[in-house]
Write a protein that binds this ligand. Structure first.
Ligand SMILES: [Zn+2]
Length: 366
């Protein structure tokens, strides 16, 4: 019923090439390699804690002064605080990830997926991105948001729980766990609204819940998308993460490559189209980066093994400054998703991340 409302050419009407970039952001080479991402974070102003006591003692000393000089310390400290707020890439205000559990590249290619094909036409993509080993859900959703693999974050199976750890994370962030993109956004964009809608309950234990403004676990794909769309309308979140589970269910029940599996991918395509339409309808169509991806593929009625069908995942990025119709040459691993979101938001990666932002997907800043 929603198919007619879905526009596969979502991006065609949107000014996804940012014509001019102000010099406020970065050097022209800043978008090219992860090495410059590293340079960029090194160049970012570091808070000077020594200046704080000086600001604190100033007001009593200046009470007899005219109003402007008295306000000066306040102005200085406001500017100081503003410099702490991370700066997005030009034209980007929002980032939405839609992750479809178990959605293989084969599923997209062999079912009717006009929305995802439209996004590929207008964005940068690869159908040969890779999951991490083992090709099961928890390690892969964790890696996607943690910018690292199981060797670093220690989540090796679906048995993992916050109080049931076999391999210790190499670092723990502010949330007491391996740092995710949600914690990173909270630390470096304190006022950002973050929202998570996950159809699989297990996703809810993989991130710093205190960092996210809105977390919902609706039942089923339609409810999940409906709730996410309501949040887009009401809150215009800076960062929205949507997890859909029904494609994986179809794979386990009927088999990957089965007609029922392909039908489930088509449902995902329609639901993604609803999000695309909602972004446009609620004024976010021009300044939102949208990523469509998955945690793993599958073979037969299973995944978790060592086959290309299980390890390859789609990675489709669209939005302001994203190259249109561009087939990515860069090797993309699922953990690069976290780094790419961080890159778009101008965030410094935390210790422990091994991911690199997929800078090839973005137009060169002029
Ligand atoms: Zn999964």
């Amino acid at each position: 019923m929603f198919l007619s409302a879905v526009s596969p050419t979502f991006l065609s009407s949107a000014p996804y090439h940012v014509p001019t970039h102000s010099g406020s952001h970065n050097s022209p080479s800043g978008l090219k390699t992860c090495a410059t991402w590293q340079d960029r974070r090194n160049a970012r102003p570091v808070p000077d804690h020594d200046s704080r006591p000086i600001l604190k003692v100033l007001p009593p000393l200046v009470t007899s002064m005219p109003i402007l000089p008295r306000l000066l310390p306040l102005l200085v400290s406001s500017v100081f605080l503003l410099t702490l707020q991370a700066e997005n890439l030009p034209g980007i205000r929002h980032f939405v990830v839609i992750g479809c559990d178990g959605m293989s590249p084969d599923g997209i290619e062999h079912s009717k997926t006009p929305v995802m094909h439209g996004l590929m036409e207008h964005g940068s993509f690869t159908l040969h991105a890779r999951a991490v080993m083992p090709t099961v859900s928890s390690p892969n959703w964790a890696s996607m948001i943690m910018g690292a693999g199981p060797e670093q974050h220690g989540i090796t199976s679906n048995e993992w729980e916050t109080n049931k750890i076999e391999i210790e994370p190499i670092v723990r962030g502010s949330g007491g766990m391996f740092p995710t993109i949600f914690g990173l956004v909270r630390e470096q964009k304190p006022t950002a609204y973050q929202a998570v809608f996950h159809d699989w309950d297990g996703f809810g234990r993989l991130f710093e819940r205190a960092s996210v403004n809105q977390i919902e676990h609706p039942e089923g794909p339609t409810n999940t998308i409906d709730r996410a769309i309501l949040a887009l309308k009401e809150h215009h979140p800076e960062f929205t993460f949507i997890h859909l589970d029904h494609v994986d269910h179809a794979g386990h029940t009927f088999g990957w490559k089965s007609p029922e599996y392909y039908a489930a991918v088509e449902v995902a395509d329609r639901l993604i189209g609803q999000v695309v339409d909602a972004l446009k309808q609620h004024g976010m169509g021009d300044d939102t980066v949208l990523l469509i991806t998955a945690d793993h593929g599958g073979k037969g009625t299973h995944h978790g093994g060592f086959t290309m069908e299980e390890i390859e995942i789609p990675w489709i990025l669209t939005g302001p400054g994203v190259k249109p119709g561009h087939s990515l040459k860069t090797f993309v691993n699922t953990y690069d998703t976290a780094a790419t979101i961080a890159y778009a938001f101008g965030l410094q990666p935390p210790a422990g991340w091994i991911a690199r932002p997929v800078t090839e997907a973005f137009e060169k800043v002029k």
